[in-house]
Design a protein around this ligand. Structure first.
Ligand SMILES: C[S@@+](CC[C@H](N)C(=O)[O-])C[C@H]1O[C@@H](n2cnc3c(N)ncnc32)[C@H](O)[C@@H]1O
Length: 343
C-alpha cells in the first residue's frame, strides 16, 4: 500500500514548488477561519497500515530507528525536534521509545519529549498515503488536518508535543537541538528558514541531523547543502529500506547558516557545485543508494534549466540504473510535467 516504501512516497507540497508555497502562504494567512470539524468517529487511533506500521509516508525501518533512538540514544541534553510530522508515523515511535527510557529511569520526564511540527494543510499529493485507510477520499485540498494528528498521537502524551506551525515563518524559540529530523525540506520557502533557524541550534559532539528523504530524486538541494556542510558533519547511518540518512554534527553549523545563500542551493546552483556535490556524495554514500543520488542529480539539472545535461546523464547511466525505481519515479514525474527522456 502507499507509504510502505520510500519509493511510494509522494512529494507533499513539493511537487509544484513555488505555486504550492504560495498556496501554503495563503492558507496560513486564513488560519483558524476555515478550520473544519472532521467527524473522526469510527476511526481507530493510532491508524496502522497493513504491514503493521503507523499510517504515513515512512517505512517500518524508519519507524524502528526512531523508536530505538528514543529508547536508547537520546540523552535529553537537547530537544528532539521533528519537522513535517503529518499524522505522526515517526512521532509515535519516537514517543514510544522516550516513554520506555523514562519508565526505565534513563530520562527525566522533561527530557522524554518529541516536539513535532507541521502546517497540517491537506494537499492532494497526500492522498496516496491514505489509500485503503478510513481517511481515503475524506480530506479536501486546503483542509486542516491537525486534529487527525492530535487524535493519532493522543495515546503517547505527554511524550509527544504537536505544534501546528508554518515553518516558512516559524522561528525556533532557542535552546539546543539534539536530534533534528527533517521531513519538510520539500521546497525553498521551508528549506531556507529551517537551515538558517534550526541548524544553528545543533551542537558538535551532541547533535544529529536526520534527512528523512535524502535518498529520493526530489530533494537534490539536501545533497548540495550537506556537501557544503561536509566539514561539520559525519555520516552515521543510511537507514536500510528507507530514504533516511543520519548525520552526526561535528562542527559549529552557525557560521555556515549565517552565510547560507539560498540561491546556491536552489535555482541558481552553479553546475560545478552540482558536480562537486555529487562527486562527494558518491564517495561517502554506499553504492546501493547511488541510483537515487543520480536521479536527484538529473533533477537538479532539470530544475536549474539544463535539460540537455540531464538527458545526457540519463543516457550515460541508463545501462546501470535503468531498472531503478528512482529512475522510474523521476521519468514518470518528468512525463507528468511534459519533460521527456529519449528512450
Ligand atoms: C513527506 S510529508 C511528511 C511525512 C511524515 N514524516 C510521516 O510520518 O508520514 C511532508 C510534511 O511537510 C509538511 N509541510 C509542508 N510545508 C510545510 C510548512 N510550510 N510548514 C510545516 N510543515 C510543512 C506537510 O504538511 C507534510 O506533512
Amino acid at each position: 500500500m502507499a507509504g510502505t516504501g520510500p519509493l511510494a512516497r509522494r512529494r507533499c507540497a513539493g511537487a509544484r514548488g513555488r505555486r504550492v508555497r504560495e498556496k501554503y502562504g495563503l492558507a496560513m494567512a486564513g488560519r483558524g477561519a476555515t478550520l473544519g470539524r472532521m467527524d473522526l468517529s469510527g476511526i481507530v487511533f493510532p491508524m496502522r497500515r497493513a504491514d503493521g506500521g503507523y499510517l504515513g509516508m515512512t517505512t517500518l525501518q524508519e519507524q524502528a530507528w526512531c523508536r530505538d533512538y528514543g529508547a536508547r540514544r537520546h540523552t535529553g541534553a537537547g530537544a528532539l525536534v521533528e519537522l513535517g510530522c503529518f499524522f505522526g508515523s515517526l512521532t509515535i515511535p519516537f514517543a514510544e521509545g522516550l516513554r520506555a527510557a523514562a519508565l526505565a529511569g534513563r530520562l527525566r520526564p522533561e527530557q522524554a519529549v518529541v516536539d513535532a511540527y507541521d502546517v497540517f494543510w491537506w494537499h492532494h499529493s497526500m492522498e496516496e498515503a491514505v489509500a485503503g485507510s478510513p481517511l481515503a477520499g475524506r480530506l479536501r485540498e486546503g483542509e486542516w488536518f491537525v486534529e487527525i494528528c492530535r487524535a493519532n498521537t493522543a495515546h503517547v502524551l505527554p511524550y509527544a508535543r504537536i505544534h501546528w506551525e508554518d515553518l516558512t515563518t516559524y522561528q525556533w524559540p532557542g535552546g539546543v537541538i539534539e536530534l533534528l529530523l527533517l521531513d519538510c525540506l520539500k521546497y525553498d520557502a521551508v528549506t531556507n528558514p529551517v537551515v538558517r533557524g534550526f541548524f544553528p541550534a545543533t551542537r558538535p559532539g551532541l547533535s544529529r541531523i536526520a534527512h528523512q528523504d535524502y535518498f529520493h530524486f526530489y530533494e537534490w538541494w539536501s545533497h548540495v547543502i550537506t556537501f557544503e556542510q561536509r566539514d561539520l558533519l559525519e555520516i552515521e547511518e543510511e537507514v536500510p529500506h528507507s530514504g533516511m540518512l543520519v548525520l552526526r554534527v561535528t562542527g559549529d553549523l552557525g557560521p555556515y547558516c549565517s552565510a547560507y545563500d539560498p540561491q546556491r542551493a536552489f535555482a541558481r546552483t552553479p553546475p560545478a557545485l552540482i558536480e562537486d556535490a555529487y562527486a562527494w556524495n558518491y564517495r561517502v554514500i554506499q553504492p546501493a543508494n547511488h541510483d537515487a543520488l543520480t536521479a536527484a542529480r538529473m533533477w537538479a539539472y532539470i530544475q536549474t534549466g539544463d535539460l540537455d545535461t540531464a538527458r545526457r546523464l540519463y543516457a550515460d547511466t541508463r545501462a546501470r540504473y535503468g531498472a531503478s525505481p528512482h529512475y522510474a519515479m523521476l521519468t514518470g514525474y518528468c512525463a507528468s510535467q511534459g519533460i521527456a527522456f529519449p528512450g
